[in-house]
Write a protein that binds this ligand. Structure first.
Ligand code: NAP
Ligand code: ZN
Length: 345
């Protein structure tokens, strides 16, 4: 089959579109999925560079997110059958620890994520536990379904489970053009929240307003905190979605109303921002970390897409063989929404 693999860690030139063996069933509860599309995540860049700590054997196929058609299933599988259109929950745990026992495999110390610890989705076929196969919401293309898993799952957990976002609340979304940011915009607007979008690009702010943001602000603006406070009558926002970390972290905390919640899942711009701890306790702030989410939360995401007819926000679709150009677009921060790879035929 055709796949995009790395034979060594490094920059974009390590991505190779090449022939490699198809995966085979290794257990009675596995499935083989013939992929039609995969989507790109920031994490793929870290896995390519070898900075995520993954010890996957090389050569290795990247990609956590995929959608396609079930091709083959193990003898104990009864939740899916060949021919089913599915998208993939991206991880599995040890099945024995306290986290696995309570549908929190994303916290399992032995968790295995597609494209990180297992061969991933930048390929024609992938092997996954059959229980990770979820029916694609009707009306979604394979490309749209491939955009769903990692970011919509993560954002759902951040906004709905952790922040418990309510209609009418003000949400500041930092980095609205990214996969996480654009999914947060969509789900927050859907929930009836009032969104302030922050981006490094004025064009992306205009796009965010088309998609329902009430206000837009460039996070490089020196008056960032004052502006966000002005938008809320000086009160501050109820929730901040910040997956960037870096210098903007301090300004994100400063933008919160007393009792406000900040949800984070990433540190694209830096992992060790300076924080004045007093601001957190004086103002009774709550900070929630998130990493992906549970199968139940993934089912909720799919349910919402199914029932509302909402579709993930796609930036651009590239053929699989152009994975280098697709990852370059992400590295250069040009995207608004999810960048997708499509397989031939
Ligand atoms: N923990 C998890 O489960 C999980 C899951 C998914 C993602 N993540 C993490 O979340 C982060 C975002 O992922 P992604 O897939 O959305 O990546 P992405 O598509 O590359 O988006 C990153 C966005 O961050 C914004 N940004 C960049 N530099 C910034 C800065 N200095 N200050 C503020 N914002 C800045 C940009 O927004 P604009 O383009 O609008 O300027 C950019 O589009 C990554 O660190 C990723 O590893 C974690
Ligand atoms: Zn476990």
């Amino acid at each position: 089959m055709k796949a995009v693999r790395i034979h060594e860690h490094g920059e974009l030139d390590t991505l190779r579109y090449e022939d490699c063996p198809e995966p085979t069933l290794t257990g009675p509860r596995d499935a083989i999925v013939k992929l039609q599309a995969a989507s790109i995540n920031r994490r793929d860049i870290g896995n390519r560079r070898g900075t995520t700590g993954s010890a996957a054997a090389l050569p290795h196929i990247l990609g956590a997110d995929g959608a396609g058609v079930v091709a083959e299933v193990g003898r104990d599988v009864n939740n899916v059958k060949p021919g089913d259109r599915v998208c993939l929950y991206p991880l599995s745990g040890c099945g024995r620890c306290e986290f696995c026992a309570t549908d929190r495999e994303f916290l399992c110390g032995e968790r295995r994520v597609l494209g990180e610890h297992e061969n991933g989705t930048y390929a024609r076929y992938v092997r996954a536990p059959a229980r990770n196969c979820f029916a694609i919401p009707s009306g979604l293309t394979f490309a749209e379904a491939a955009a769903l898993p990692s970011v919509y799952l993560t954002v759902w957990r951040m906004l709905m489970t952790n922040a418990e976002l309510k209609p009418g609340e003000h949400v500041l979304i930092v980095g609205v053009g990214g996969g996480i940011g654009s999914a947060a915009l969509q789900l927050a607007v859907h929930c009836g929240a009032r969104v302030i979008a922050a981006s490094g690009s004025n064009e992306k702010l205009a796009r965010a307003k088309e998609l329902g943001a009430e206000q837009g602000i460039n996070y490089q603006s020196p008056g960032f905190t004052e502006e966000t406070r002005r938008f809320t009558g000086k009160r501050g926002v109820d929730v901040v979605v910040n997956s960037a970390g870096g210098d903007g972290w301090v300004r994100s905390l400063a933008a919160l109303a007393r009792g406000g919640r900040l949800v984070t899942c990433g540190a694209t711009a830096g992992s060790q921002p300076r924080t004045d701890v007093r601001r957190i306790f004086w103002n009774n702030l709550k900070i929630f970390g998130s990493t992906l989410g549970s199968r139940q939360e993934f089912a909720q995401v799919i349910h919402v897409m199914e029932n509302t007819g909402a579709k993930p926000i796609l930036d651009r679709i590239f053929p699989l063989r152009d994975a280098t150009a697709a990852q370059r677009r992400l590295e250069e921060g040009k995207q608004f929404g999810k960048i997708v790879l499509e397989m031939d035929g």
